[in-house]
Ligand binder design. Structure first.
Ligand code: UTP
Length: 292
């Protein structure tokens, strides 16, 4: 099966769990140590082989496109000042040869609607979706890269999943499955945010998807579901009536950076791995815990 070239980044959500920080800034621009979440997502997409990125943005939020635009004044200043390492950081936000498109989602009608907004930019091919507020620290390969391998072998849509605490099922799309491979399972059913008592399992879909283009037709037909939003989960439920949909237990650790606790955890753990910061962060945390 061909590679996945296009990845959609829905970044038009309201981010209500992170107000007031997200009042005028998309949560995907919140930094973990020194990089905004969206940049971690872009790096994961490019590593997975993508060369076309589609950002679904709300009208009010220009900072994402600004982040990937040329910053002429800043770059000139850094160049003249001989600050070449910083210049490389600024210029490297988007690797050479990677194209991007920004598509507006005029109203936050839900994740499914956001993905549908990417239809013209994606066209008639399978594509990836990254929800950048789910930051995933992959192992040798990022989560989307691992899923692309599954897609190449099977040609099926692939959903990233992980087990969550049984009392957390009402925050996720939850799947019931039958056996397939070592890390893959065949999705038999999917339901959005079930109460723990009704959940078919505790296997939750997290922010990485590979979807066949049939999903767009099904999204067109999807009416508002849970929370009055057009749910991607409902369109996937329709897709698996027609095609095999797999889920994949990725190798890596996920941080829900759309939540305050997940954001703090990611910040601490990324600082503990950051070349420049790790020793001093560790020392600081030890002293803090010891009450020094
Ligand atoms: P969330 O479910 O996290 O919703 O969206 P949210 O509005 O961003 O945040 P909270 O729950 O109010 O704090 C999942 C992903 O879908 C995008 C979000 O940007 C996020 O990446 N999304 C959601 C859209 O792009 N448009 C929408 O209408 C809804």
């Amino acid at each position: 099966m061909a590679a996945i070239r296009k990845v959609v980044f829905p970044v038009a959500g309201l981010g209500t769990r992170f107000l007031p920080a997200t009042k005028s800034t998309p949560k995907e621009m919140l930094p973990i140590v020194d990089k905004p979440l969206i940049q971690y997502g872009v790096e994961e997409a490019v590593e997975a082989g993508a060369d076309s990125l589609v950002f679904i943005t709300s009208r009010k939020k220009h900072s994402i496109s600004d982040h990937f635009d040329t910053a002429f004044e800043l770059e000139t200043r850094l160049e003249k000042g001989g600050k070449l390492a910083q210049l490389a950081l600024v210029q490297g936000a988007l690797p050479a040869g990677v194209r991007r498109a920004h598509v507006p989602q005029h109203q936050p009608l839900g994740l499914g609607h956001a993905v549908l907004c990417g239809r013209d930019a994606v066209g008639d091919e399978a594509f990836g979706v990254i929800l950048a507020d789910d930051l995933i620290k992959g192992t040798a390969l990022g989560a989307l890269g691992q899923m692309v391998q599954v897609y190449k072998e099977t040609g099926c849509s692939v959903l990233a999943v992980e087990e969550v605490e049984p009392d957390q099922t009402n925050r996720y799309g939850i799947v019931s499955t039958s056996p397939h491979g070592r890390r893959t399972e065949k999705v038999d059913a999917i339901v959005e945010k079930p109460d723990p008592a009704d959940a078919p399992s505790n296997l939750a879909v997290v922010g990485r998807y590979i979807l066949t283009p049939r999903i767009f037709d099904l999204l067109e037909q999807t009416t508002p579901g849970a929370g009055g939003e057009i749910q991607l989960t409902d369109a996937i439920a329709a897709l698996l009536q027609e095609e095999t949909v797999l889920c994949y237990r990725f190798d890596g650790k996920r941080y829900d950076c759309g939540s305050k606790l997940g954001f703090v955890q990611a910040t601490v753990e990324y600082a503990l791995e950051h070349e420049e910061l790790k020793d001093r962060t560790l020392e600081y945390l030890r002293d803090l815990v010891a009450g020094d």
